[in-house]
Design a protein around this ligand. Structure first.
Ligand code: ASP
Length: 380
């Protein structure tokens, strides 16, 4: 820019020196050049200012969100009026305990994969959530658990479906990703692999909780009273809403690596080996360092059909949408247009965090690099 200005000054001098007598003729031209210089100067200042603002912004973004973590503990018709103060405190405390585990890992320079796995373990080991210990019951009175994990650095992924004896299915998903040539294992084979890997195996009775068993009885009773046993019973609101508590975690670490994981017991009263979205890469879980990391919760059949987690990433990738825009598009439009409900948590490569849901509530929490913690349950 300075060189440009010098060139123009030189031209002016040349005109003056060589043709002092023709000043009058050149005067309008000189004025034009002068104004032009001023304009250039202005725009160069503007450019400079913008650059400065952008630098400050991105520096702030980097500082604030050098790493970030978001969790969910399921979405659904979670209403304040149905929740006792005691329950509310218990959920808030567990969400905070879980997210702080991941936050500390990230703060100490640990990987987003470790943060995701260890954070999910806390929720899996609590009876509050529909994952691990608190998994819902199938129609046969068993607990069949699903989980998946994805590494945004290389798009590696692992998943397990329908296991009955693995204490922490998210650990199994990670083992599938890192120690097997496959992406998804199911049932007895997955359990055998877990044993071979030395993962903790429990008796199926470990997953019994009174609250979840009562929920199964309630759902079965409502099914009978309506005398509907087909697909539509499964789609009944009472049935759908007795499954709260799928858990998920997404994280960005200090090395810029994104990871996502999801773990669930699925839906109460499920049968025929039903598998939901949680263990399906692209539906329940997705992570890509180029875009974002997403974990879903909600009505799995719809989340599979809408390929929710990957769709959010794809909207950012192909359409240039921000994470917030992409999440809104999928959760507030695509999924409800199909007839489904639920929500997602996500973090993008710059550490922007999103918790989007179209239900009455979603158990959720987020923490940025400065340690700012938000915890939420209800819509407002
Ligand atoms: N998405 C889970 C499933 O369909 C359930 C949930 O997230 O509430 O299995």
């Amino acid at each position: 820019m300075k060189r440009e200005l010098l060139k123009k000054m030189l031209t002016l001098r040349l005109i003056f020196n060589l043709n002092p007598m023709k000043n009058l003729i050149y005067f309008p031209l000189l004025m034009l050049l002068f104004l032009n210089c001023k304009d250039d100067q202005k725009s160069s200042n503007a450019e400079l200012n913008t650059d400065t603002i952008e630098d400050v912004d991105s520096a702030t973004t980097k500082n604030t969100n050098e790493f970030a973590i978001v969790i969910h503990g399921g979405a659904g018709t979670i209403l304040r009026k149905n929740m006792s103060a005691e329950d509310e405190n218990a959920y808030n405390a567990k969400l905070e305990e879980a997210i702080r585990v991941g936050y500390d890992i990230l703060k100490n320079g640990g990987s987003s994969l470790d943060a995701v796995e260890k954070t999910i373990n806390v929720m899996e080991n609590s009876p509050l959530f529909n994952a691990g210990k608190g998994a819902v019951f199938t129609n046969a009175g068993t607990n069949e658990l699903d989980a998946s994990i994805m590494d945004g650095k290389n798009l590696d992924a692992g998943a397990s479906a329908g296991t009955k004896t693995v204490k922490n299915p998210i650990n199994l998903a990670r083992a599938v990703m890192e120690k097997s040539p496959h992406v998804m294992l199911s049932g007895e084979g997955a359990e055998q692999f877990a044993k071979d890997q030395g993962l903790e195996i429990v008796d199926p009775s470990y997953f019994y909780t009174e609250a979840r068993f009562k929920a199964l009885e309630r759902v079965k009773a409502s099914e009978e009273s309506e005398a509907v046993r087909d697909k539509s019973a499964f789609y009944d609101p009472t049935i759908r809403d007795s499954k709260f508590g799928t858990v998920g975690c997404v994280a960005l670490d200090k090395n810029g690596n994104l990871a996502a994981g999801t773990s669930t017991g699925g839906m109460t009263n499920k049968r025929w080996g039903r598998i939901g979205d949680a263990p399906i890469i692209g539906a329940g879980t997705y992570a890509n360092n180029a875009t974002c990391a997403v974990s879903s919760t909600g009505w799995g059949e719809y989340f599979i059909r809408a390929m929710v987690a990957h769709d959010i990433s794809a909207l950012m990738d192909y359409k240039g949408l921000s994470l917030q825009e992409a999440a809104k598009e999928v959760i507030q439009k695509k999924v409800p247009d199909l007839g489904g409900d639920g929500g997602i948590i996500a973090v993008d490569k710059d550490g922007n965090m999103v918790m989007e849901f179209n239900t009455e509530g979603m158990y959720r929490a987020s923490m940025d690099a400065s340690g700012n913690l938000t915890i939420g349950i209800y819509k407002d």
